[in-house]
Design a protein around this ligand. Structure first.
Ligand code: NDP
Length: 295
């Protein structure tokens, strides 16, 4: 029997509707809506198209979203000054720095410049540390989107074997902490796991499998444990088509639930950015404890 496809567009729409109701309530209460700023260096077509999709989502939810484009030659200090101004502006509630940034920019330093209560992407080292301690104000968007997909299946993670393939700072590592918080038993596989030819062994035991590597077809369908939840974060261009890291057709035959690429994690990720903006606004305006995001 073929697995159920986790439709990211459908899930994104459902969360968007919930967030748009929440923004309306906040507007009634405070007379304002969250105001988010996306700082972009340069004007690469791909980055602009992603920013457009963020803008459309913000409009749908009723959030104010501004794209601020600076020249790609902007110096580190100039960018940091720009961020400081946004940090101090009470009319701005959320800041994101569009990636990739030019090579001369130290992204880690930039991340630490963003005020922690306005850090939409959770890139400030304090927000990363808070995640470790379970005191999270902001959760990075892609891991949050993965968790929403898993939640939508209704499966309780407590005691389940979860395997995350890919250990990046923006996806694999933070996601592992979120799975751990739900009491899954988490294994993190990475390049050395593949080099040691142990990837297939780990995947064979995965009741929850999340793959975030960026290599088309890395995970063979026949490796998937029957009845697993499979979340494919990977985005790869193959012969003009976008595909994930998991062999979709064969994996679908074994999984209970599986995300497609495109149309799985991606659409939900954008909505998570908006949700972070709303949480940041509530924190700044209402000094809300962020119950949904804390342990
Ligand atoms: P990174 O390149 O930063 O991280 C990839 C990770 O996979 C690294 O830990 C890397 O190890 C590991 N890796 C590389 N090769 C192998 C292998 N053969 N076996 C096991 N692990 C391996 O990528 P990101 O985390 O930024 O992104 C991962 C994928 O997710 C990409 O395709 C990206 O486009 C996509 N993505 C999708 C998003 C969405 O919203 N849908 C958002 C963000 C990313 P090492 O570094 O040691 O080589």
């Amino acid at each position: 029997m073929s697995g159920q496809i986790l439709d990211g567009k459908f899930l994104a729409k459902r969360i968007c509707d919930e967030l748009s109701r929440e923004v309306q309530v906040l507007k009634d209460k405070t007379g304002q809506v969250p105001h988010l700023v996306n700082l972009m260096l340069g004007n690469e077509p791909e980055a602009c198209s992603y920013a457009n999709s963020q803008k459309r989502t913000a409009q749908q939810i009723g959030i104010r979203y501004d794209l601020v484009q600076l020249p790609s030659t902007t110096k580190q200090l100039e960018l940091e000054n720009h961020i400081q101004k946004l940090n101090q502006d009470p009319a701005v509630h959320g800041i994101m720095i569009h990636k990739p940034v030019p090579n001369h920019i130290d992204y880690r330093r930039i991340g630490n410049c963003v005020a922690i209560e306005k850090d939409l992407e959770g890139i400030n080292v304090s927000n990363i540390g808070k995640m470790m301690l379970g005191e999270t104000l902001i959760i990075p968007c892609t891991p949050a989107a993965v968790m929403e997909h898993i939640k939508s299946t209704g499966v309780n993670l407590r005691g389940k074997e979860a395997v995350v393939v890919g250990a990046s700072e923006i996806v694999g590592k933070p996601l592992s902490l979120l799975l751990l918080r739900e009491w899954a038993t988490v294994s993190i596989c990475h390049i050395a796991t593949s080099e040691a030819r142990r990837l297939q062994d780990h995947i064979a035991g995965a009741e929850i499998l999340v793959v975030a590597v960026g290599k088309a077809g890395l995970i063979k369908g026949e490796w998937i444990k029957k009845g697993a939840i499979v979340i494919d974060v990977g985005i790869n261009q193959v012969n003009g088509h976008i595909v994930g890291d998991v062999e979709f057709e064969s994996a679908k035959e074994r999984a209970a639930f599986i995300t497609p690429v495109p149309g799985g994690v991606g659409p939900v990720t954008v909505v998570m950015l908006m949700r972070n903006g709303i949480e940041a606004y509530k924190y700044q305006k209402l000094q809300n404890k962020v119950e949904r995001l804390s342990l």
